[in-house]
Design a protein around this ligand. Structure first.
Ligand code: F6P
Length: 259
């Protein structure tokens, strides 16, 4: 690991991390080499770096929340199989949001828990449901218990995406996509869309982590890379200045270019 640190600093990544911490105003930035837009292996490296950081902040009885997406899948994949956290609980931060892209949050949570030797809970509740339906769902004991357990999340690891890409992936209507863009949405995270300043443009109605919950979680680790996500990362980083960002060189350089 010491050798890795030396190589890291020789490559100028430590300087880049410090610059990014300053411009984004976040607590800590971890940068891996390369650009995940061009090289899939970089996504793996981001996963590994995030898993390593995650291990450094969890304790024996942590409650970890995790979202879906290809980046989060790599975090679980790259977690080493230590199986020493038998009291750790892993929860999908947004339940199952209905479409394939999102359902992964459940399987990612299960995989992460299994790697750590801990426990997990699953939630299968669709996204964008009517308020009355949510109220009815909350009366189901298992759902209610899940929602209460979610309040205990002390470490959240989450993916960040571009608003336009995520809205399309979720098969949102043309009308909704247009509205999002019109209102300046550039980023998406845990089912919420944000503008460049990190202000909420649209919040999906579901059972799961809300923005209020997000602001209360003790440790939040956002992971996203690739030049194309630069603006989305800037947006999400302005929501919480004590967040940890794990990203890649491609996104980092682009962010410094456009801020
Ligand atoms: O759909 C879950 C989610 O975490 C979104 O909130 C986020 O925008 C997206 O996945 C990131 O996906 P990926 O890591 O595949 O780019």
């Amino acid at each position: 690991d010491d050798l890795k640190d030396v190589i890291h600093s020789l490559k100028g990544l430590s300087d880049l991390e410090m610059s990014l911490e300053k411009v984004l105003g976040v607590k800590k930035v971890i940068i891996v080499q390369g650009n995940s837009d061009e090289d899939e292996l970089v996504l793996k490296d981001m996963g590994r770096a995030s898993a390593k950081y995650l291990r450094s902040v969890i304790s024996y009885n942590s409650v970890i929340g995790i979202t879906g997406g290809t980046t989060m899948a790599q975090v679980a994949e790259e977690m080493c199989q230590e199986k020493k956290y038998s009291d750790v609980l892993v929860l999908p931060a947004r339940g199952g949001l209905g479409k394939n892209v999102e359902i992964q949050a459940n399987s990612i949570a299960a995989k992460l828990a299994q790697k750590l030797g801990g426990n997990y809970r699953l939630l299968h509740v669709p996204d964008n449901i009517e308020e009355e339906t949510i109220a009815a769902l909350l009366k189901v004991p298992e759902v209610n218990e899940f929602v209460n357990t979610m309040k205990n999340i002390d470490v959240l690891v989450f993916g960040m995406g571009r608003a336009d890409e995520m809205a399309k992936k979720r098969k949102s209507s043309e009308e909704k996509i247009e509205k999002l863009i019109e209102k300046g949405a550039v980023a998406e995270a845990f089912g919420h869309y944000f503008d460049r300043n990190g202000d909420t443009v649209w919040e999906s109605m579901t059972v799961g982590l809300s923005l209020i919950d997000f602001k209360k979680v003790g440790n939040v680790i956002g992971v996203a890379g690739g030049e194309r996500k630069a603006e989305a990362i800037i947006s999400i980083c302005s929501i919480r200045e004590d967040m940890i960002l794990v990203t890649d060189e491609g996104a980092a350089k682009k962010i410094l270019d456009i801020v």
